[in-house]
Design a protein around this ligand. Structure first.
Ligand code: PHE
Length: 334
């Protein structure tokens, strides 16, 4: 009997050493340790032994059984590890989940807002579908006034338009609040324009309005200049040129020194050294009449700000249309 045990152990060892795959291990287990396997067979033969031999032989058989068990388990473990190791290439880069990001215009808008927050402005909102009254009339542009030609308008009906600028928010805010007023109003505006590198039928503005006692043009220049310095650096000069808007008097247009060539002249500034940002001026007393502000008591300034232009300057983009094409190859760069 001892001989048989020894032989079975040797046979098992040599069978085990031949095994290369997981299904073969299962077969080996059944062959040796199955209910009708070779070990069970040896246990069966115990009944033929003399009773005094049984405990000793039983002990050897149990030892054999646990030896076979550990050896097959070890082999199983080695084979499993090998198969996962070969499937798993740890040098491959991981798969990153898709993460969205902010549109460059939203980022620029956020930055503009935070600069004005820092200067004590609060943020107001107004409708993009606006009445003729708020968009033009209350801004001192009566119907058929030639000043309306400055902005090519998209009409929904004779009295309802897509707002051509954010200035109507000035009127809406003044109607519902008394001075002091210190607000910005960011948003989308629309004009009847054929798209090209610098025109789009919709674009973005941030309106600014400050009304209080003793507000003067110097305050306007100071705020715009402080903004330019915060946005683009303290070496960016600001230039005001006389202009005309029906809702401001005096009026100006203002430019920032071109951040790309610092005034030398380049593609971005069309060789002028300056980039036009928008218009500004002192609120016309006629506008105060529409909202029942006392123009003897209060003065104010207002400004517009072309967000798309500022974003183009910030990121060195030559074509405004890129913002609206939703090409992921463009958008993912920001
Ligand atoms: N609303 C004017 C425009 O869109 C800009 C402007 C705003 C001018 C405020 C003066 C004061 O062209």
């Amino acid at each position: 009997m001892l001989d048989l045990i020894e032989k079975l152990k040797e046979k098992f060892k040599s069978d085990l050493s031949q095994i290369k795959s997981l299904p073969e291990v299962d077969k080996l287990k059944i062959q040796y340790m199955g209910r009708k396997g070779e070990v069970a067979d040896l246990f069966d033969r115990m009944k033929d032994l003399a009773p005094d031999e049984r405990p000793q032989i039983g002990k050897y058989l149990n030892e054999l059984k646990s030896y076979l068990n550990t050896e097959t388990e070890n082999l199983l473990f080695r084979l499993q590890k090998k198969s996962t190791d070969s499937q798993l290439d740890l040098t491959l880069p991981g798969r990153k989940p898709f993460v969205g990001r902010k549109h460059p215009l939203t980022k620029t808008m956020d930055e503009i807002k935070s600069i004005f927050y820092g200067m004590g402005f609060s943020v107001e909102d107004g409708p993009e579908i606006e009445t003729d009254y708020y968009c033009f009339e209350a801004l001192n542009m009566p119907k058929n006034h030639p000043a309306r030609d400055m902005q090519d308008t998209l009409y929904i009906t004779d009295d309802i338009v897509l707002r051509t600028h954010t200035s109507p928010v000035q009127v809406r805010v003044m109607e519902k609040t008394q001075p002091p007023v210190r607000i910005i109003a960011p948003g989308r505006v629309y004009r009847r324009d054929t798209p090209d590198a610098s025109h789009s039928p919709f674009f973005h503005q941030v309106e600014g309005l400050v009304v209080d006692k003793g507000i003067c043009f110097g305050d306007l220049k100071g705020v715009i200049t402080a903004f330019a310095h915060k946005m683009f650096g303290s070496d960016i000069k600001v230039r005001f040129r006389p202009s005309f808007f029906p809702f401001t008097e005096p009026s100006a247009e203002y430019d920032f020194l071109c951040v790309f060539c610092m005034g030398k002249g380049c593609r971005v500034c069309k060789n002028t050294g300056w980039v036009e940002i928008s218009g500004a001026g002192m609120v016309d007393p006629n506008v105060f009449k529409y909202v029942n502000y006392d123009s003897e008591k209060y003065t104010g300034y207002a400004f517009g700000m072309g967000v798309d232009r500022i974003a183009m300057l910030k990121y060195g983009i030559y074509d405004i249309r890129l913002f609206f094409e939703n090409d992921y190859r463009f958008l993912e760069q920001f």
